[in-house]
Write a protein that binds this ligand. Structure first.
Ligand code: ADP
Ligand code: ADP
Length: 201
């Protein structure tokens, strides 16, 4: 079996006066260690498929398997990185990066040590007691990625992670993020409407 298997996934949204078919029998596989990028215009269903893989939303039909197991609800082995960094402005970088571990009740000395090493490896050690507003947009996205990595997910989902950045920093940051994902040997699925960004990843 493949690491991630998407099998005939459809999703129809129902609102008061209309139905929107966001996904129509979508199937694809992702191998362990692969970085898969899905490119398409706004409204084509990119966020929908990521939410379904993350277990945040149920498909109308079809199935998703991770490691051969059908996903049912939110899955601890999946890390989700959003469009904007979603960092808490009143928490320091270190406090932000530890949030996922706090939620999972896993703030141990060993985990703190591991997170500090991640911050160090990716040039953020000196900012760990800073607040998000003291960092550039690109640095904040790097913090957001490290926060996602802190819970040691097997699969990373990235929803337009550079769209909040200006054009100049976008390509540099996408290169940076791709490097981190490869170095940490993660599997990733990223969605974007920006073909230049996809190519640069
Ligand atoms: P993308 O991420 O590619 O922009 P989305 O997955 O957000 O696309 O949306 C796919 C389609 O489903 C769009 O037509 C969108 O308007 C519609 N849609 C998304 N979320 C909802 C929702 N909660 N209720 C109704 N329609 C939705
Ligand atoms: P942006 O347009 O992404 O917000 P900034 O003007 O905030 O960029 O930052 C430009 C560069 O300055 C960043 O790439 C970063 O290397 C550096 N930088 C930003 N904030 C700080 C800070 N608080 N301390 C040190 N260097 C910083």
């Amino acid at each position: 079996t493949k690491f991630v298997e998407i099998r005939g996934v459809s999703k129809t949204y129902h609102t008061l006066d209309e139905e929107t078919k966001a996904l129509d029998k979508l199937s694809f596989d992702v191998d362990r260690g692969e970085i898969v990028i899905i490119v398409g215009p706004s409204g084509c269903g990119k966020s929908t498929i990521l939410s379904i893989i993350a277990g945040l939303m149920k498909p109308s039909s079809g199935e998703v398997f991770i490691n051969g197991n059908q996903i049912k609800s939110t899955n601890k082995s999946v890390g989700y990185m959003f469009q904007s960094d979603h960092l808490f402005r009143w928490r320091t970088i270190m406090e932000n990066v530890l949030i996922g571990l706090e939620i999972q009740n896993k703030v141990t000395a060993q985990n703190i040590n591991r997170v500090e090493k991640l911050l160090d490896t990716y040039g953020l050690a000196e900012f760990k007691n800073h607040y998000p507003n003291q960092l550039s947009g690109g640095m904040r996205q790097r913090v957001a990625l490290i926060r996602t990595l802190a819970i040691e997910p097997e699969l990373l989902l990235l929803d337009e992670p550079f769209s909040a950045l200006d054009y100049q920093s976008r390509l540099a940051v996408s290169d940076d993020i791709a490097g981190i994902i490869k170095k940490e040997k993660k599997t990733a699925i990223m969605v974007t409407h920006d073909i230049a960004e996809a190519i640069s990843m």
